[in-house]
Design a binder for this molecule. Sequence first.
Ligand code: GDP
Ligand code: MG
Length: 439
Amino acid sequence: LAERLQGTLTKIRGKGKVSEQDIKEMMREVRLALLEADVNFKVVKQFIADVKEKALGQEVMKSLTPGQQVIKVVNEELTALMGGEQSKLAVSSKSPTVIMMVGLQGAGKTTASAKLANYLRKKHNRMPLLVAADIYRPAAIKQLETLGKQIDMPVFSLGDQVSPVEIAKQAIAKAKEDHHDYVLIDTAGRLHVDQELMGELSQIKETVEPDEILLVIDAMTGQDAVNVAETFNDQLGLSGVILSKLDGDTRGGAAISVKAVTNTPIKFAGIGEKVDQLEPFYPDRMASRILGMGDVLTLIEKAQTNVDEAKARELEKKMRTADFSFDDFLEQLEQVRSMGPLEDLLGMMPGMKKNKGMKDLQVDEKQIGRVEAIVRSMTKKEKQDPSILNGSRRRRIAKGSGTTIQDVNRLLKQFEDMKKMMKQMTGMQSGKGRKRGKG
Ligand code: GDP
Ligand code: MG
């Protein structure tokens, strides 16, 4: 998915202007990519409609290219689709908070139970009790006990001869007695959703009245994840989802549609087999990951907040009339700098880090600092009219900026060249639409 989208986005990113036709073409690709990733088709349809509308209706921001803007909308909508904000775990007003883990066999319930217990203790200083209520799968109890030992946390079990409802009930009593603040009940799964399983889970639910019923879903299951989530939600009323196995080659389709179809937030993601490989689920990060764009979105946000729109427009006008002084130059330099170190900015661009050829393209911060110092050493008059810079003035500037006279000469030459080029460009462009400044 990531690769495919990225291809399309790269195509569009290079363009100065995006036409309605471009958006259409791009959306067709996005649509295919999402369907290929097994995202529910209804979800895809709605998504495409939303993005098209938003992308078209938007005023074009000076600091972004239209391509970037479309990317931004795609990302925002994708984030919203997965719930927008990070969704927190419930805390009961009276201890213990009871969490029931449900899901199909092999989804990762037992692993997620141990991971969550570990997470609650490490990050929130809680003392959960793990409960082994899967009496059907061979060695399921043993598996939880082994995990419990690994993280040095207690596991409540009554063997496989006592009913899961009874186990859950006694576990709550035990948790109260030992002052555990969370109870995590690991339940049984089946290969497919069936009524017997649902009946048992409903019974546990009625008995222990859990604060959370978390569905553990294998992120690799794609389209099927929606059906599973829908069924569990109808029968039990889910409060959240843990997306397991988000490591590896996951297509991400499940994450996109589960929330949209069931209105149940994804609260955590499993990212490996180890007990500490569980993370709170952040819809915005997942959206970026699906789009495979590195931190390009952070970059876009930065450009948005830091580049003053009106100023940018004015500068652009000046550039076009070649009425561009060192004052303007300085202003532009400041805008670029306010976005952070240039190297960071470059690092955020997709492909920059990976691409070996880019290594040579290191930005010399020192060089920019020198340029800035030189310009700052000029008087007001000199900045407005560099032609008055004779030998003694240049010497003074070199001294004042801690550079050499060669540095000053070089900069003046570059500045003149730049102005000449601008003049030529405006000449070529006149009457042919606006030139767009790069964000
Ligand atoms: P359950 O039947 O729902 O209890 O599933 P298990 O917890 O026993 O997990 C099934 C398999 O998936 C085990 O081999 C786990 O190690 C593995 N597993 C669970 N969560 C993850 C995860 O986030 N990433 C990876 N790579 N494997 C996982
Ligand atoms: Mg299990």
